[in-house]
Design a protein around this ligand. Sequence first.
Ligand code: PLP
Length: 428
Amino acid sequence: MLYKRSSALFKNAENVIPGGVNSPVRAFKAVGGTPIFAKFAKGAYVYDEDDNRYIDYINSWGPMLLGHAFEPVVNAVIEKAKKGTSFGMPTEIETKIAELAVSMVPNVDKIRFVNSGTEACMSAVRLARGYTGKEKIVKFAGCYHGHSDAFLIQAGSGAVTFGSPNSPGVTKGTAQDTLLAIYNDIDNVKALIEANTNEIACIIIEPVAGNMGCIPPKDDFLQKLRTLCDEHRILLIFDEVMTGFRLAKGGAQELYGVDADIMCFGKVIGGGLPVGAFAARNEIMNHLAPLGSVYQAGTLSGNPLAMAAGMAMLTAIENDKDLFKRLADKTEYLHKGCAAALNKYNVTHTINRRGSMISIHFSEEEVVDFESAAKGNNETFKTFFHGMLNEGIYIAPSAFETWFITDALSYDDLDETIRAVEKVAQTL
Ligand code: PLP
């Protein structure tokens, strides 16, 4: 593959954009090399500025569940744009998409639209604090909920300690209110709650983690969290920014049969436009301004183009009864093919999968939390990543990311991917 034009574009970008990118992971820092610049994309493929074609397993980090440039979304956006791109006034389509989303997701009465997953999670936490009158939050090491200060916290010396900021600019005061727990370890969560009696407003979790590679919840971990939250008047927040409308129509709540108190959405719900949302029952949502006193707002929230894209996306999902089975079948096929290819060349690995989320960890150990995810061999991952890129397969440039399977992938695409894994496995 030639990356001549991408390299030149990256050099130009570095002059005027910090690190040449508008979101750090795009810079390929974890794997080395120069990021490829996208020119256009259609269906399962993305094409770069050097006219290389890739089978895309990033899919804009999740939104493109039905493939790139999905026609109903594109047409909806074009038609809306002709009538004005923003009004700062209520529009009918906001109610229509809210009605649709509320009908698809279990256990919610109202939804508020924002502009990103970060905003959704940040607002959900504020709402939980306002509703419970408590200040501390519990998050899990390795889970990502956007770049709001309260989430940029790393573990302290022991799990039952306060976290400390992992970015300059996050104050110690903020870090003190974020407690770090271990994913899939219910005893650890219990200990945190006992050490902070009556102080915890909410537990926020990715119900299937996708930001330390894909890590599904073990056994009845989510159900046990639910029980603990009920016992201690703590709100359970499912960050469904990745899982919402991806694992099932009703997201992880539906898939695992566990009700959360507040759900956060992003990615798929906007069909590729900048959209996030959070939702809950009336009892909680009615605390939001202007009904209640918890403030939350946005100049471009409910933007007509974004709502049109989201509406077209959710409508397509709602009307496709086999979608989630098709996605899970394709992911299983890929899992089996990759495992066989890696086994053929004795490459040590663990594959995690749930629905249309999957990741390969170059580790012997079962990967169940951040610590076990971090044991993966990063050098092997780097070689694998560049090998796959060279074969025309675009996976996330970090071992700590899930792959997102799109319905636009054909079984031929999956076979091509598996052949590439087999070829690259020989070099590992
Ligand atoms: N929550 C989860 C689970 C995410 O994966 C992400 C982003 O990847 C976010 C929140 C933040 O969303 P955004 O990047 O749209 O702000």
